[in-house]
Ligand binder design. Structure first.
Ligand code: DX5
Ligand code: ZN
Length: 221
């Protein structure tokens, strides 16, 4: 399976989001990465639940890849209208009952994913592998775009891939944070499947969007 792309919409042109989504959809990009932050789990706020819900409107084939950086994320699922075709990442560090939150996402017809921050060991996901579509491996500390990669992220990616190959090879790996032109190829070779592309690649202003998307796919094939 070739690498899948999930451009991070918080890095896009925030004054023309409808056009941005339509362009990505037309380019055949699989996912739109939507970061939701509660200003508690992380010291930042991005889109509110109304925006997260509105992103669905222009979508034809592209799917919402919702990354919820919030404590007890299930409180927002109704307002976001979580449903079919969505993939939804919740943080291991932010849920009282991870099993229950993952089951709630699946009950709504969406694919649950489990996110782990840089300081959380890969072993934390071991008990949830049969309940998730993907592990969202944070390669920066969650909360802000434009950060450098967290120390040891590449080695952690290989360790996660090893764990999944042994325990449940169906589970995908999504990498999120400083997925740069320079690093994405190595991330692919170490086992990443879905790439959150933000300010250090697709939204890095080096290329027009269509060229950037094409280049990215060529690097993670
Ligand atoms: C950070 C977000 C990332 C961020 C990626 O908490 O989860 O999705 O937008 O942006 P870059 O690629 O600039 O690190
Ligand atoms: Zn994210």
């Amino acid at each position: 399976m070739a690498g899948l792309l999930s451009p991070s919409v918080m890095c896009a042109d925030l004054l023309h989001l409808n056009d941005e989504i339509e362009k990505l959809d037309a380019l055949g990009v699989e996912f739109l990465h939507i970061d939701f932050m509660d200003n508690k789990f992380v010291p930042n706020i991005t889109f509110d639940t109304n925006m997260v819900r509105s992103f669905k409107k222009p979508m034809k084939n592209i799917r919402r890849d919702i990354h919820i950086m919030a404590f007890e994320p299930q409180q927002f699922f109704d307002a976001m209208e979580i449903g079919e075709r969505d993939i939804v990442s919740v943080h291991y560090e932010a849920c009282e009952d991870v099993h229950a939150v993952l089951a709630d996402i699946r009950k709504r017809g969406a694919e649950p994913c489990l996110a782990i921050s840089p300081d959380t060991p890969v072993d934390a996901v071991r008990d949830y592998l049969d309940e998730i579509y993907a592990v969202l491996l944070m390669t920066v500390y969650p909360g802000f775009a434009g950060q450098p990669m967290a120390k040891g992220s590449m080695e952690k990616l290989s360790a996660l891939k090893k764990l999944l190959s042994e325990e449940n090879p169906h589970v995908l790996i999504e990498v999120d944070g400083h997925v740069s032109w320079e690093h994405c190829g190595e991330m692919r070779s170490r086992g990443a499947d879905i790439f959150v592309a933000g300010s250090s690649s697709v939204y890095g202003k080096d290329y027009p969007l269509d060229e950037a998307v094409k280049k990215f796919y060529s690097l993670v094939d």
